[in-house]
Design a protein around this ligand. Structure first.
Ligand code: NAD
Length: 263
């Protein structure tokens, strides 16, 4: 039976002072996650390859009296991840949540798969799959020590649709679904949950060529809720998965796409 103090944590989950690493939080969805978690009192680590955007997001958060640490990190490089983890541990002493959000995404060009240069194919898999794997490995010692942890992998609803034009991206996000399930099985005994969020087409401040205006209209028409998805639409799901309320939810893929898909 759940005692009353734990019930309190479930009914009113607090993210206050939780240390939350969000990769690729310099723009787009990650940036909104960083601002939202900071608003909820968490200590947000912006682990982003772009030094300028990382610093800008941290400044935005701190100006609003939030706690943020920008660390220039390349998730394709194990040494860069190790350095980031060391800085986080030195600063905060623990790590509670990892959101594997960084990906090669908005810069991609749509093209038939046979025209994807091998170098680009390998780069996308390196960042989107291997980078996620490396970051998950790197947070484990701290989460195992605490016997508590949350890993959230940002996959994509495009996998359910088999969206054409960026096969390397689809392959990488499909991998994250399988990885989330297997990681969840391996880490359950350590009280670490692993789940994947599948956003629909989410419109951020970044212009991108992967969705034409006509495709945008078609995507919206597929959704149960017929309006464009925003990063804010993903915040509640991420916060639930990061909190005490989701303690027994693991190995799941959660579609947050306005009901566009029902896998
Ligand atoms: N926006 C959407 O429609 C959508 C839909 C489904 C899934 N997603 C997923 O959500 C996540 C965020 O999407 P977004 O729209 O904000 O993407 P985005 O392309 O705007 O942002 C990605 C961020 O990751 C960073 N990044 C790239 N490579 C990196 C590396 N090696 N190391 C560290 N940082 C790196 C980039 O600098 C950028 O700040 C991605 O994983 C994406 O695949 C997005």
């Amino acid at each position: 039976m759940t005692d009353n103090s734990n019930l309190q944590n479930i009914v009113f989950p607090s993210l206050k002072d939780r240390v939350i690493i969000i990769t690729g939080a310099g723009q787009g969805i990650g940036r909104v996650f960083a601002k939202s978690f900071a608003m909820a009192g968490a200590r947000v680590v912006i682990a982003e390859r772009n030094e300028k955007t990382a610093a800008a997001v941290a400044t935005e958060i701190m100006k609003a009296d939030g706690q943020a640490l920008a660390i220039t990190t390349d998730i394709a490089d194990p040494a860069s991840i190790d350095e980031m983890i060391k800085l986080v541990e030195d600063e905060y002493g623990h790590i509670d949540v990892l959101i594997n959000n960084a990906a090669i995404f908005s810069t991609l060009q749509m093209r038939p798969f046979e025209q994807i240069p091998l170098e680009e194919w390998e780069q996308v898999l390196r960042v989107n799959i291997t980078g996620t794997f490396l970051c998950a490995c790197a947070v484990l010692p701290a989460m195992r020590r605490a016997k508590w942890g949350r890993i959230i992998n940002m996959a994509s609803g495009a996998v359910s649709l088999g969206r054409p034009g960026y096969l390397h991206y689809i392959a990488s996000k499909s991998a994250l679904i399988g990885m989330s399930r297997s990681m969840a099985r391996e880490l359950g005994p350590d009280n670490i949950t692993v789940n994947a969020i599948l956003p629909g087409a989410t419109f951020t401040e970044i212009e991108r060529k992967t969705v034409t205006p006509q495709q945008k209209e078609r995507i919206i028409a597929m959704q149960c809720i017929p309006r464009a998805e925003t990063p804010e639409d993903l915040v509640g799901t991420a916060m639930f998965l990061a909190s005490e309320s989701s303690a027994f939810v693991t190995g799941q893929i959660i579609n947050a796409d306005g009901g566009a898909t029902h896998p």
